[in-house]
Design a protein around this ligand. Structure first.
Ligand code: SF4
Length: 178
C-alpha cells in the first residue's frame, strides 16, 4: 500500500490531522443507533441516515471486511450555528475528492464516511432509492453506528460534548481502505 501517495492526496485537500488505524479498532455500538432514533431531530430526514441505512449487525460486518482505515480530524469554530450546513457541505465535497483519488490509485474498496450528515441537496429525498446524488452521497460515521467519541479517544484525538455553539467542534471522517 502506497501510504505516502495517499497521505499526499489527503493533505492536498487541506486535511493535515489524520491517522492510519486498524479498522478493527472502530467502535460500533447499538446505543449510537438508539440515540439517533430517540433524541435526534433529524432522524428520518436524510436518505443517507437512519433508518435508510443498514442495521448495526450489517454495519459491523461491513467494518469487519476492512483491515485499515484513515481517521481524519477536522476542527472548527463557527461564528453562527447556521453556518454549519455550508461548512459541512464544503468539507464533505473535499472528502469526496479524496475518496475518488484514492480509488483511482487502484484501491477499489475505498469507502468514505462523511464528516457530517449529507448536505449535498437543499431538499433531501429522504428515501435512499430516490437520492438525488446516489454516486456522491455517503453516510457519516454515526449513521453506521460508530461511537465516534470512543474511537477518537482510542487514538488520542480530542472530542468532548459541547455545551455551546461558540465552542470549537472536533469532527471526524473515516476512509476505509484496503
Ligand atoms: S445527496 Fe441529496 S438526496 Fe441524497 S442523501 Fe444527500 S442530501 Fe439527501
Amino acid at each position: 500500500m502506497d501510504k505516502s501517495a495517499i497521505n499526499q492526496i489527503i493533505k492536498n485537500q487541506g486535511f493535515i490531522d489524520f491517522k492510519w488505524i486498524d479498522a478493527k479498532e472502530i467502535v460500533v455500538a447499538q446505543w449510537v443507533r438508539f440515540k439517533c432514533m430517540f433524541g435526534y431531530e433529524s432522524y428520518g430526514a436524510k436518505a443517507s441516515c437512519p433508518p435508510e441505512v443498514p442495521s448495526i449487525l450489517e454495519c459491523r460486518e461491513f467494518f469487519s471486511e476492512y483491515q485499515r482505515a484513515i481517521l481524519i480530524h477536522i476542527n472548527q469554530k463557527l461564528d453562527k450555528p447556521e453556518d454549519r450546513v455550508q461548512w459541512g457541505k464544503g468539507i464533505n465535497d473535499q472528502l469526496l475528492k479524496v475518496e475518488k483519488e484514492i480509488f483511482l490509485l487502484g484501491y477499489r474498496k475505498a469507502f468514505l464516511l462523511f464528516m457530517d450528515e449529507c448536505q449535498l441537496c437543499k431538499d433531501c429525498s429522504v428515501v435512499r432509492e430516490n437520492c438525488h446524488y446516489k454516486k456522491q452521497s455517503r453516510p457519516c460515521p454515526e449513521a453506521l453506528g460508530v461511537d465516534v467519541f470512543e474511537t477518537a479517544h482510542k487514538f488520542n484525538f480530542p472530542i468532548e460534548v459541547l455545551k455551546d455553539y461558540d465552542e470549537e467542534m472536533n469532527r471526524y471522517s473515516i476512509i476505509l481502505i484496503d
